[in-house]
Design a binder for this molecule. Structure first.
Ligand code: SF4
Length: 81
């Protein structure tokens, strides 16, 4: 995963009443398929939200945390850690 290639989108989160940064899981491009809602990852998770359910993606907070963790492990692998 190359962070300079990763497109960051902004979306309004009513849970935190502000714009949040959202990316598509880089695995989607690597696998050559169309993204689904399950591939969207909020980069503000853990810093901005405190609710149990994410209002934008309609998933429990734990699910978004898992996606964010997956993104971090992909970045670590690419960084050779
Ligand atoms: S994960 Fe948290 S910060 Fe991100 S959109 Fe959902 S509720 Fe808002």
């Amino acid at each position: 995963m190359s962070s300079e290639k990763m497109e960051v989108h902004l979306a309004y989160c009513s849970g935190c009443d502000r714009q949040v940064r959202v990316v598509v899981n880089p695995e989607v491009e690597a696998e050559g398929r169309e993204p689904t809602t399950a591939d969207l990852i909020c980069l503000e998770h853990g810093t901005a939200c405190s609710g149990k359910l994410c209002p934008i993606f309609g998933v429990p907070s734990e699910e978004m945390e898992a996606r964010y963790g997956d993104l971090l492990s992909q970045a670590r692998k690419e960084g050779g850690e």
